[in-house]
Design a protein around this ligand. Structure first.
Ligand SMILES: [Zn+2]
Length: 245
């Protein structure tokens, strides 16, 4: 039986910068990009710092798969290693890493799994922000793994498949896991929050809003029972259906 577990739940902490001093704006879990615009005090302008990471998910079935190891801090500060240790695992027990996309808060701790297989959409390999902003770090987080670029929907194993869900970035993908009680979609930022899914909204951070909305519809058409968004708590879709009524 395939088991899905959130290894590290997403979090985000925001600091504004006043005269060089970091001032805590707000700590938040289940952050949405809508909140982001509201909560950052305009007086900070663009001088703010964010410390945060996405939901990091472990799938255990035929293989052990990690989806989105998370921001660099969770790897550098041993948080992810410690979490694996709680489950009596080490990075060497992981067979495959999947990155829903190559933003640093999703892929920044890939380096813990160097030498392992990495599935990522080929478009991310060409257009990742990380590639342009810090090519050496991109090398460490991507090139040190055995890249298996994908260009379309891909079956990973009997119960696990990848579907393309562009919009947040051009190469955003989601992982669909079949379980005896229904399927779960690990959506990365193709669904960054439950609110977007329920209200069919596209966040300000989407590179292509129209593609984002189409991908939301595509995920809905898969009739998932549960969705694990990139930056919100996992939610059941039955509540989402009720909200639509
Ligand atoms: Zn992202």
């Amino acid at each position: 039986m395939t088991r899905i577990r959130i290894l590290i739940h997403e979090f985000a902490t925001f600091y504004g910068l006043k005269g060089g001093h970091p001032v805590l704006v707000r700590e938040h879990s289940a952050m949405t990009s809508y909140d982001l615009d509201r909560l950052l005090d305009r007086s900070f302008g663009s001088s703010w710092l964010k410390v945060g990471s996405c939901n990091t998910v472990l799938i255990e079935g035929e293989d052990r798969i990690i989806v989105d190891p998370g921001a660099p801090e969770v790897g550098l500060q041993q948080v992810l290693n410690e979490r694996l240790k709680e489950l009596k695992l080490t990075p060497s027990d992981i067979d495959l890493v999947v990155n829903t996309h190559l933003h640093a808060n999703h892929a920044g701790s890939n380096f813990l799994f160097r030498g392992k297989k990495l599935m990522v959409h080929e478009k991310e390999l060409q257009s990742s922000d990380l590639l342009h902003s810090w090519p050496e770090f991109f090398e460490a987080c991507v090139k040190t793994l055995k890249i298996q670029p994908i260009s379309g929907d891909t079956k990973v194993s009997e119960d696990v498949s990848i579907v393309t869900t562009p919009g947040h970035t051009a190469g955003s993908i989601s992982v669909v896991v079949r379980t005896p009680t229904g399927s779960t979609v690990i959506a990365g930022d193709a669904v960054s929050s439950a609110d977007e899914y329920r209200k069919r909204k596209s966040p300000g951070s989407a590179e292509d809003k129209q593609a984002y909305l189409s991908s939301l519809e595509r995920i809905r058409s898969l009739n998932p029972r549960t969705i694990i968004p990139g930056h919100d708590i996992a939610f059941s879709t039955s509540a989402a259906i009720l909200d639509d009524l």
